[in-house]
Design a protein around this ligand. Structure first.
Ligand SMILES: Cc1cc2nc3c(=O)[nH]c(=O)nc-3n(C[C@H](O)[C@H](O)[C@H](O)COP(=O)(O)OP(=O)(O)OC[C@H]3O[C@@H](n4cnc5c(N)ncnc54)[C@H](O)[C@@H]3O)c2cc1C
Length: 430
């Protein structure tokens, strides 16, 4: 240790960084966790559904002790048009036991994760922004923050999407616009009983809505609405290239979503508690960066580990999974005294075999599938027109479902051929 200040320096106290630091300290290493926010979590923003099984692997009492909001037992996929919504509403007691997903507020969760790391002996430095990497030839040997230089055998880049450290290390340039989305989110306070009445929930049950179609005014992306204990997390995720083309502002789309009648009725009389914007990596497998350089590993959003499948938006569980894989591989490298790229190669290997790597590969075609504009313009309207034909009993003679759907199709911008093509693409991608 004489030539270094810490064995490992982790940059960024989000989920990936805190999990990696906690695991490394548990394995007996001297770890520094540096966070630019004055309070961990202060700068972090997430829609808020955390698929929590992976967290229980790291923190066995996670469900009892972490500051969680609700256990998600009801998942709703909603297609919006300006005047209608069609919901696939899935509720299942099995999602509560064992708990599958919980809603979280990062301003509460991140300080808890940092406290766990501190309890294991991690030195935490909040309010410090890392400005540069220190190198010895090709090897990363530490960090610079302002005037201060700190040396370590391994640096972990856990600094989130559009990672400054990855650009510093020459691993990544700024991601192309089609691989980035902007998320705009509000937290709206409401009494607990009001939330339970409006969403049909009891106890700590929670609901999660994924919304497509008119949610984003035709911009590629979607809306979300999640229940917390006494607030709602609601917002939109918008593909940057499409947003630029549309000429709309992200806050304009966010505000229109919150004013849509389907959403507005849930928010009525609520009080705005938080509002924020944040980038999201949307490139999937093809947007992932290299994971290792001599003396450096990259985890979480910094490595491009996010997945949008239309049904679920995931990043937090993948961040935790990458933190676990990175910590194990760093421990092996340190014990062997080899933190070269080859010495740290256990990380990509472990990640690839874990649920993170497997899921990234399974959904490799999802980003390209979601570039299809028909998903945001046409399918919601078609679905609602078919159902209108079924339910609008205007005294004209009824027809069977197939001819009713055929009539809706002839008035739609979508053709049968497109439905078959898009259906096949969906089967391959999702
Ligand atoms: C609107 C929106 C909705 C989302 N919804 C969901 C969802 O419902 N479920 C889900 O699982 N995921 C969701 N995600 C994705 C999820 O938030 C991320 O994947 C996750 O936060 C990644 O964790 P991380 O630890 O890699 O990065 P982050 O949580 O971004 O943490 C990075 C940390 O590094 C710090 N940092 C950055 N640069 C420096 C520096 N130079 N020096 C020191 N510190 C630095 C930051 O302050 C931050 O604390 C959503 C994202 C957005 C934006």
């Amino acid at each position: 240790m004489s030539d270094v200040d810490f064995e490992v320096i982790v940059v960024g106290a989000g989920i990936a960084g805190s999990v990696a630091a906690y695991r490394l300290a548990t394995l007996g290493h001297e770890v520094l966790l540096v966070e630019r926010g004055a309070e961990p979590g202060a700068k972090n923003l997430s829609g808020g559904v955390l698929y929590s099984r992976v967290m229980e692997q790291v923190y066995p009492a996670f469900l009892e002790e972490a500051p969680l909001e609700r256990r998600v037992t009801r998942n709703c996929l909603s297609f919006l048009t300006p005047t209608s919504h069609v919901n696939v509403d899935y509720r299942d007691d099995r999602l509560a036991d064992p708990t599958n997903a919980v809603t979280v507020l990062r301003a509460k969760l991140d300080p808890w994760l940092v406290a766990q790391a501190e309890e294991r002996g991690v030195t935490v430095m909040p309010g410090i922004r890392v400005d540069a990497l220190l190198r010895d030839g090709a090897r990363v040997v530490g960090i610079r923050a302002g005037e201060d230089e700190l040396r370590a055998r391994v640096v972990v880049a856990a600094d989130g999407v559009n990672s400054f450290l990855c650009r510093e290390a020459g691993i990544a340039t700024a991601p192309p616009q089609q691989h980035l989305a902007v998320g705009v989110k509000s937290v709206i306070g409401l009494p607990r009983t009001t939330i339970e009445e409006r969403f049909g929930l009891t106890g700590d049950e929670g609901a999660a809505y994924a919304v497509v179609g008119d949610a984003t005014r035709g911009v590629g992306g979607g809306g979300f609405l999640y229940t917390n204990l006494d607030s709602l997390s609601v917002g939109v995720v918008l593909r940057l290239d499409d947003l630029t083309r549309s000429g709309l502002g992200s806050s304009q789309v966010h505000d229109a979503f919150l004013e849509h009648p389907m959403i507005a009725r849930f928010l009525r009389d609520g009080e705005l508690q938080e509002y924020g914007c944040h980038l999201i990596a949307e490139g999937g497998l093809h947007g992932m960066s290299d994971l290792v350089r001599p003396g450096l590993v990259v985890v979480g959003d910094a490595a491009g580990l996010t997945l949008n499948t239309g049904f679920t938006v995931r990043g937090m569980d993948l961040a935790a999974g990458s933190g676990i894989a990175a910590a194990t591989a760093i421990d092996e490298g340190l014990r062997r005294g080899d933190v070269s790229a080859a010495g740290l190669a256990g990380y990509p290997a472990r990640l690839g075999k874990s649920f993170v790597g497997r899921d990234m590969r399974t959904y490799a075609k999802a980003p390209a599938f979601f570039e299809n504009p028909r998903l945001y313009h046409d399918y919601g309207s078609l679905l609602s027109d078919v159902l209108y034909g079924v339910y609008d009993l205007d005294t004209t003679p009824r027809r069977h479902l197939l001819p009713t759907a055929s009539t809706a199709l002839t008035h739609s911008a979508v053709t049968k051929r497109m439905i078959i093509k898009d259906g096949l693409a969906a089967v391959r991608a999702l």
